[in-house]
Design a protein around this ligand. Structure first.
Ligand SMILES: Nc1ncnc2c1ncn2[C@@H]1O[C@H](COP(=O)(O)OP(=O)(O)O)[C@@H](O)[C@H]1O
Ligand SMILES: [Mg+2]
Length: 293
């Protein structure tokens, strides 16, 4: 018989999202998704990358019912979502879209958060508590009464994030979160995903940012022409020159550097994958040279 720990482990290992051979064509006939099969596990942090028009946004829009697959099925926590409403699915899946202004429409920052919490049927006190908490966490308190239309690009992106995070969904999906963000805003975002991951959230991030994906996302899928063309550890996927060319991405800087070093004769640098490993490799090399003088 299995013990409790083994059973817990099995539950953890079950996919939280299953795409089972799905496809989608827009009403105008554009075939945006073709035969997509994909398992995403609880607590995973993964990236979706690929050229513009590859189908990334279409794929994530299927997760909260904004788009229903033309064929195939999607399971979230073992339930087929075909008959679940957008409202029900939005409690489980929080999607933060690329353009925050498509998501924001209340008269004030505080109202925006309150509106987002409305459908969760919480007590008045709980709502106020969550509003205060999230405004503080996102440093938006000073804008409490301001119209979302009068926020800067970075602040409105933060509000769009806050209005989804306050609902505490199990699965968080971000569509190009680092696009147009400055270094400080990206750092805030990285800390946010670290925090959410620590509490067991499953996180999916669409991104064109190779360095960000390489440094922070353990798994990456590559999409092209509505299909998944690669799925694996990010350091493996993004170091593959053939795949990178196919998706109009560029190789991570560390890989470019290691290729340049290899070309000057340092063949063993091939296995160096991270910045820290590269620092160690180079300092060993320098020490070795120094001791040979
Ligand atoms: N509302 C729409 N109507 C028709 N075609 C669309 C619509 N939205 C996207 N598409 C098309 O579907 C394909 C996938 O688009 P999308 O999912 O937005 O790609 P990505 O997010 O990877 O850039 C593209 O060919 C795009 O032109
Ligand atoms: Mg997109």
């Amino acid at each position: 018989m299995k013990n409790k720990i083994e059973m817990m482990q099995e539950i953890k290992d079950l996919p939280v999202v299953i795409f089972n051979e799905i496809g989608y064509s827009y009403p105008n006939g554009t075939e945006a998704l073709k035969d997509i099969s994909l398992n995403i596990f609880k607590g995973e942090l993964m990236g979706i990358m690929g050229k513009n028009g590859a189908g990334k946004t279409t794929l994530i829009r299927t997760l909260n019912g904004l788009i229903r697959p033309t064929y195939g099925s999607i399971y979230i926590e073992n339930e087929n979502i075909s008959s679940k409403s957008i409202a029900t699915l939005s409690k489980k899946v929080g999607i933060i879209f690329q353009n925050p202004f498509h998501q924001l429409f209340a008269n004030s920052v505080e109202e925006e958060i309150k509106f987002s919490l409305k459908s969760l049927n919480l007590h008045k006190e709980e709502i106020q508590m969550r509003v205060d908490q999230v405004l503080q966490e996102f440093s938006l308190e000073k804008y409490r009464n301001r119209s979302p239309l009068n926020l800067s690009g970075g602040e409105s992106k933060k509000l769009a994030l806050a209005s989804i995070i306050c609902r505490d969904p199990e699965i968080l999906v971000f569509d190009e979160p680092t696009l147009g963000q400055d270094a400080k805003e990206i750092e805030f975002f990285i800390n946010l995903i670290k925090k959410e991951r620590k509490i067991g959230k499953t996180i999916i991030i669409i991104t064109h940012n190779v360095e960000f994906a390489y440094d922070y996302l353990p798994r990456t899928i590559l999409m092209a022409d509505g299909q998944i063309i690669s799925d694996g550890p990010t350091k493996k996927v993004l170091n593959n020159e053939f795949l990178i060319k196919q998706t109009s991405l560029i190789l991570p800087q560390i890989r470019q550097f290691s290729i340049a070093l290899q070309q000057t004769g340092y063949r063993d640098v091939e296995d160096v994958l991270t910045k820290n490993d590269m620092i160690n490799y180079l300092s060993n090399l320098i020490q070795h040279k120094a001791s040979n003088i």
